[in-house]
Design a protein around this ligand. Structure first.
Ligand SMILES: Cc1cc2nc3c(=O)[nH]c(=O)nc-3n(C[C@H](O)[C@H](O)[C@H](O)COP(=O)(O)OP(=O)(O)OC[C@H]3O[C@@H](n4cnc5c(N)ncnc54)[C@H](O)[C@@H]3O)c2cc1C
Length: 320
């Protein structure tokens, strides 16, 4: 059985959840097994049922007030209990900060082999071999998992969503002992309308934007394209943008269809968070900036002049 750890935001499944279930059900065809999803948090039955559309045959729903806030240790314990109870042999989790916190703990608890950051189905089932990018996307590694239980974390926006339409059973489950390892003192909700990881287009700015005030056109372009906004680390360190927008090795790892980099040099630590984007468009005054090596399209010029021109051109196109 394949177990999917789902994620929701205010009771609605994140887009990545549908990607995980789609990936799981395509893998289930190869392994001749079924897909069970695990939902922790307050998610209505109608929403839980949507997972059937992507191939899950059962969803286990845990709705307990104590679990309203993510706690790595407790969540890992619960997921491992469910994995054992359901005899899961493959567990699929998102390759985001939550997945990165949970997966090593699960791996230790279940003595499971873990490969983080996969983008495609295994290249072979026996031996179970998966491919992943290494050296910030400069090479691929083929990794064989030999353990009975396998854990994969899947890059967001890498696999896509595939409709399967299965009848889905909902099982409500309440874990007997919940011993929270942490106490939440305060919660802070990210301000953006769109979750950065869910955004298909991301408009990002770096130190080349010079000041916080220069972010207006970045926000305007994002609004026009229905995109999320992101930034490089020095920008959030300076306080020009909130920390939850920082992408890269020490920030969020994203893989949108389209990533705009305005005034970003393309340091390896930045590319570590964005190099899986399907298309990168870079705008930089320096023709030798490393971002141009990673970019599919490059414009040499001042972001502060090019941004208003882009906004005007896209507005004209939309109105035509
Ligand atoms: C351990 C470690 C972890 C790190 N983690 C991260 C991380 O997660 N994410 C991250 O982003 N960084 C990270 N960094 C920092 C990283 O090394 C770079 O310093 C950082 O990415 C540079 O940010 P930047 O490109 O915005 O700024 P800069 O390197 O200062 O580049 C600014 C760019 O803007 C261009 N420019 C200037 N003016 C204009 C203009 N008017 N129009 C257009 N272009 C212009 C310049 O030519 C330049 O290329 C990390 C560093 C370390 C040591």
């Amino acid at each position: 059985m394949i177990l999917i750890y789902t994620e929701n935001w205010d009771g609605k499944f994140k887009k990545l959840t549908y990607e995980l279930v789609s990936y799981g059900s395509e893998l289930a065809k190869q392994l001749n097994t079924n897909v069970v999803a695990l939902s922790i948090g307050m998610v209505e039955d109608a929403e839980l049922k949507t997972l059937g559309k992507y191939g899950a045959s059962k969803v286990i729903s845990i709705n307990n007030d104590k679990l309203n806030t993510f706690d790595t240790q407790t969540y890992s314990t619960i997921i491992s209990q469910i994995a054992e109870r359901e005899s899961a042999n493959t567990i699929i989790i998102a390759n985001n900060n939550i997945g990165k916190a949970i997966s090593p703990r699960l791996s230790a608890k279940l003595k499971a082999g873990l490969v983080s950051g996969v983008e495609n189905l295994p290249t072979s089932i026996a031996p179970f071999t998966v491919q992943k990018k290494v050296f910030t996307g400069k090479a691929y590694a083929n990794i064989v998992i030999k353990s009975d239980i396998k854990i994969l974390t899947l890059f967001q926006n890498s696999f896509g969503i595939i409709e399967a339409d299965k009848d889905i059973e909902i099982e409500n489950y309440n874990p007997a002992d919940i011993n929270l390892g942490t106490t939440v003192l305060e919660t802070h909700k990210a301000g953006g309308k769109l979750l950065l990881g869910d955004a298909e287009i991301v408009v990002s700015g770096g130190r080349g934007m010079k000041t916080a005030e220069n972010w207006k056109p970045i926000e305007e372009l994002a609004e026009l394209l229905g995109a999320g906004t992101a930034c490089s680390r020095p920008v959030s360190d300076e306080g020009w943008r909130p920390h939850d927008e920082h992408v890269g090795q020490t920030g969020k790892i994203i893989a949108p269809n389209l990533y705009f980099a305005f005034g970003i040099s393309g340091a390896i630590q930045h590319l570590g968070g964005v190099s899986s984007s399907k298309c990168i468009v870079a705008v930089n005054t320096d023709k030798d900036a490393p971002i141009f090596e990673a970019a599919n399209y490059g414009l040499i010029g001042d972001a502060r002049t090019i941004l208003p021109e882009m906004i005007a051109a896209i507005t004209k196109l939309k109105n035509s």
